[in-house]
Ligand binder design. Structure first.
Ligand SMILES: C[S@@+](CC[C@H](N)C(=O)[O-])C[C@H]1O[C@@H](n2cnc3c(N)ncnc32)[C@H](O)[C@@H]1O
Length: 256
């Protein structure tokens, strides 16, 4: 990621292009892209998929953006970070039409695929966001989310890569601001090292989260976890379960 300020030619004046700022920076702006899905996402009808800068236009107003015209007040808002092609979010939304669902991922093609499926299935209670997870504090308003999910975030296993891990004390604090008091944050990983890191991050973060449930082997009591299907398991989880990797799970609750 490119966050450097650069000198304006010959003048020694420091300027910065907004799309070159660090992604977490308040002034960061998404750049245009040559990826064909950059345009395709913008051609989808209605608000089934929202991309890049536009994802930051509705903080505190998300419940009003869904196409199914259900009264927004009192609806639960669920947000899945790193939803990939939306396999889990699509099923949740179909099974729970009274709630509103948002799936977020930075991969344009996957978000487009999820959005097309939501259109085919006429799911008016689901919106896909093509955005960086690091922008979540700018996308949502304070306490707006009822339930947040992060399933199998990239583990960045090498020591030199650990700074890229999404769960860290700073992000735990930032995410706590957009989840309502009493709301939940469910995290799953197959990576024991990242799980340890998450628990250490929780200790270091502000005391804004309580641990509701914690296990280092989520499916240990299931007679045959390989038979679990989406959304009980995610796409990646199915592979890990087949490889007999124990699934680590943390369910947090936003303190009052
Ligand atoms: C290992 S996959 C897991 C996908 C899905 N949750 C599952 O369990 O099947 C991680 C996902 O997170 C997305 N991702 C990684 N870093 C991201 C970021 N900074 N912002 C948004 N999405 C991100 C990837 O594109 C990918 O779809």
């Amino acid at each position: 990621m490119c966050g450097a300020l650069h000198s304006a030619k010959g003048k020694g004046v420091k300027t910065s292009s907004p799309d070159r700022l660090p992604i977490q920076h308040p002034e960061y702006r998404y750049p245009a892209s040559r990826n064909p899905y950059f345009q395709k996402l913008r051609e989808l009808p209605g608000r089934v998929a929202i991309s890049d800068q536009q994802t930051e236009a509705y903080p505190g107003e998300w419940r009003r953006q869904f196409g199914d015209a259900k009264p927004p007040e009192g609806r639960k808002l669920h947000v899945e970070i790193g939803c990939n092609g939306g396999h889990v979010t699509l099923e949740w939304a179909a099974r729970d039409p009274e709630s509103a669902y948002i799936g977020l991922d930075w991969k344009m093609k996957q978000i487009h695929r999820g959005a097309e499926k939501a259109l085919q299935r006429k799911l008016g209670n689901l919106i896909f966001l093509r955005a960086h997870a690091e922008r979540l504090p700018y996308i949502f308003g304070e306490g707006e989310i009822d339930a947040l999910y992060l399933y199998f975030p990239d583990p960045w296993p090498k020591k030199s890569q650990r700074k890229n891990r999404f769960i860290n004390p700073g992000n735990l604090d930032r995410l706590a601001r957009i989840v309502r008091p009493g709301g939940t944050f469910h995290i799953k990983t197959d990576h024991p090292g990242y799980f340890e890191w998450m628990e250490a991050s929780l200790k270091e973060a502000q005391p804004l989260w309580d641990v509701l449930e914690r296990t280092a082997d989520l499916h240990k009591d299931h007679p045959d976890p390989t038979r679990l299907t989406i959304p009980e398991v995610t796409l990646f989880e199915r592979i890990f379960v087949r490889e007999r990797l124990p699934i680590h799970s943390l369910k947090l609750q936003r303190r009052n």
